[in-house]
Design a protein around this ligand. Structure first.
Ligand SMILES: [Zn+2]
Ligand SMILES: [Zn+2]
Length: 304
């Protein structure tokens, strides 16, 4: 499995005995990311057996406490455990001051660098890119500036057909081009088609994260065709008025976004603590988008 998401916290604002505030762990070809870092995220990481020191970057959607109150605690534990490697933090501009003041006012210091990447309120676009993954952000519609995240695994190298390649006694110098899906030329200038020497690459996955948000069709253009969508569903239909007032979504609204964006699979979370279980959310969402699942804490979802 080269790309997966693990739900560590999928509760809403109030932590309960059954649910933790927002936090998701993303693994992609040896890159390790967190999306949101609610209170207790470091405990959830430990329970899941994920090493805190491996986290390369943390993406914070907005400054409601249930999405970042675990950040300073996590950073402090990373220090106690001997971290020296920088950590990258993407989030709303005030986050840097909040975190630095908490560290400094406690007369503490961290043995590693905090590299902040502020996401301006109106910004939509690329946040991070390397040779295996691209991470973009887009605006959500909530009470304060809030961003969603879109993760695209890049196209993987094609598989070399070793036998055919050896049979034709080709130079290994052709391999990089073939693996990237480009034709090559022999020394005599004869064209060699990559299709003759490679088979299709492994599947590359994509994932979108939308929490917290009112129903917002602007999201659709950004997440169109994504494989797996996580969308908040704080309420059910009977509390639609409350969803509107608090700028959250109902399960059916999340399902409508999934349907308009033509995603393959929808996971929902951020269910209000007023509900005992996700049954009604599931039932209502499935009326609009059949392939809906509850993002149960601990669940690992394969993305490629
Ligand atoms: Zn929230
Ligand atoms: Zn919020």
């Amino acid at each position: 499995m080269s790309f997966f998401v693990q739900f560590l916290g999928t509760g809403s604002a109030l932590p309960t005995a059954k649910s933790n505030p927002s936090c998701q762990y993303i693994f992609c070809q040896n890159r390790h990311f967190l999306i949101d870092c609610g209170e207790g995220s470091q405990i959830q990481l430990r329970k899941a057996g994920i090493k805190l020191q491996k986290i390369d970057a943390i993406f914070i959607s907005h400054l409601h406490g249930d999405h970042y109150f675990g950040l300073v605690g996590l950073l402090s534990s990373m220090h106690l455990l001997g971290r020296e490697k920088d950590i990258h933090i993407y989030g709303p501009p005030p986050l840097e001051n909040i975190v630095r003041s908490q560290v400094e006012l406690g007369n503490s210091r961290l043995n590693f660098g905090l590299v902040f990447h502020p996401i301006e309120d109106q910004f939509e676009g690329l946040l991070f890119e390397d040779k295996v993954i691209e991470i973009k952000t887009f605006k959500l519609k909530h009470k304060i500036p809030t961003h969603g995240f879109l993760l695209h695994e890049k196209v993987k190298p094609r598989h070399l057909l070793g036998e055919k390649f050896r049979e034709d006694e080709l130079s290994i110098a052709h391999i990089p081009a073939f693996k990237e899906g480009r034709d090559s030329l022999t020394e005599e200038g004869e064209k060699l088609s990559f299709l003759d020497y490679t088979s299709a690459p492994d599947f590359s996955g994509s994932y979108a994260y939308c929490s917290d948000t009112a129903y917002c069709e602007n999201i659709v253009q950004h997440i169109k065709g994504v494989d797996t969508l996580y969308h908040e569903a704080t309420f059910t239909n009977q509390d639609e008025g409350r969803a509107k007032a608090t700028k959250h979504s109902t399960a059916q609204q999340a399902a409508k976004i999934a349907s308009l964006a033509e995603v393959k699979t929808l996971y929902f979370g951020h269910m209000s603590a007023r509900y005992d279980d996700p049954k009604l959310h599931l039932k209502e969402a499935k009326e609009i988008f059949e392939n809906t699942h509850y993002a149960k804490e601990g669940l690992q979802v394969r993305l490629s």
